[in-house]
Every structure is written in structure tokens, then in C-alpha cells.
Write a protein that binds this ligand. Structure first.
Ligand code: SF4
Length: 174
């Protein structure tokens, strides 16, 4: 029997699902063209699955660069940090069955390396990962992870594919 295709999770908006705060998507052709036949794809939207709904008020990372909060852009009294952390902690169990993760860049939840963290006056003070990503990569530091900017680059995409296949093989053997 052929081995099952490795399973990877992808930010749902990149797959064309209208789950962004304003009800739009960010369909990504590179991911859909190059990866959907090779891997089993699981759609994931931390903000929707945390119960925040669509449409919803936009949030951004604010405060300490190491431990930022996810606060409303228009209303800083809106704090969805705990909801996102609860969902992310619960999702870690599902991550055990995954061999990779592709995330939406710059998102306060899904960003990998370029999500802005604002100070209390609204100025960008640093960049880093979104809240969901911070929790997942802390728990699974070896899991192959990239974002749609990385996947758009053919060389980086091939590196990601190799890493996913290796990771899946190791999971299968342990
Ligand atoms: S970036 Fe992440 S949280 Fe935001 S809409 Fe896309 S999947 Fe959902």
C-alpha cells in the first residue's frame, strides 16, 4: 500500500476561504498549484476557530515584543489575546498529525517572522511571529514552517517540500 501523503496545515485565507477580518481571502496560487497535489492540506484559521467570527474587528500585536497582546486596531479595549491562546494551546494536539505548516505573513495570529508589534502609541517597535505561531513553534521547534512569501520562491519552496517529506518519514518511523 502506498504511504499516505504527508499532511500539512495552511492558513485558510491562503486557500481562498473568505475568513479574514473583513470577509475577504488571500488566495495564493503558488500554494494551490504546487502543494495541494503533493500533500494532504488541512485549512486552519486561528481567529475564526477561536470564535472571533467573520467579519470581526481587526486586531494587531501591541506591547512587549516578547509577550505582546492582540488588541483591537480601532478599540484598544478589545483584547482577544486569551481567546487566541486558548485556541492555540488546544490545537497543539492536532499538530501531532502534521508534517508542515504554511502561514499567512504579517498576521497578528498567523505571521511567522514579519508581524509588526506596535507600542502603546501606535508606532511599530519590532517584528516577529503572530500569537498562534509563537505557541506552535515553541511546542514543535522541528516542524517545517514557512509563510506564503517563502513558498513563492521556488528554491525555498523546494527546501520546504524536502523538509516536510523528511519530517513525515521520521514521524512514520518513530
Ligand atoms: S491570517 Fe490566519 S487568522 Fe488571519 S484570516 Fe488568515 S488564517 Fe485566519
Amino acid at each position: 500500500m502506498p504511504a499516505p501523503r504527508p499532511r500539512i496545515a495552511v492558513s485558510s485565507c491562503l486557500l481562498g476561504n473568505p475568513v479574514r477580518y473583513d470577509g475577504t481571502d488571500r488566495f495564493n496560487e503558488s500554494i494551490c498549484n504546487h502543494l495541494t497535489r503533493r500533500f494532504e492540506i488541512v485549512a486552519l484559521c486561528p481567529e475564526v476557530e477561536a470564535g472571533l467570527g467573520t467579519p470581526r474587528p481587526p486586531v494587531r500585536l501591541t506591547g512587549s515584543p516578547r509577550h505582546p497582546l492582540a488588541l483591537g486596531v480601532e478599540d484598544a479595549n478589545l483584547d482577544v489575546t486569551a481567546a487566541l491562546q486558548r485556541f492555540s494551546d488546544g490545537w497543539l494536539v492536532q499538530a501531532k498529525s502534521l508534517s508542515g505548516l504554511i502561514l499567512k505573513s504579517r498576521s497578528p495570529s498567523c505571521g511567522l517572522r514579519d508581524t509588526p508589534v506596535f507600542d502603546l502609541h501606535g508606532a511599530i517597535q519590532s517584528h516577529g511571529a503572530g500569537l498562534f505561531t509563537r505557541i506552535v513553534i515553541r511546542c514543535y521547534p522541528q516542524l517545517p514552517v514557512d509563510d506564503e512569501i517563502g513558498i513563492a520562491n521556488a528554491k525555498q519552496r523546494n527546501v520546504f517540500i524536502d523538509r516536510v517529506e523528511q519530517y513525515a518519514l521520521q514521524r512514520h518511523c518513530t
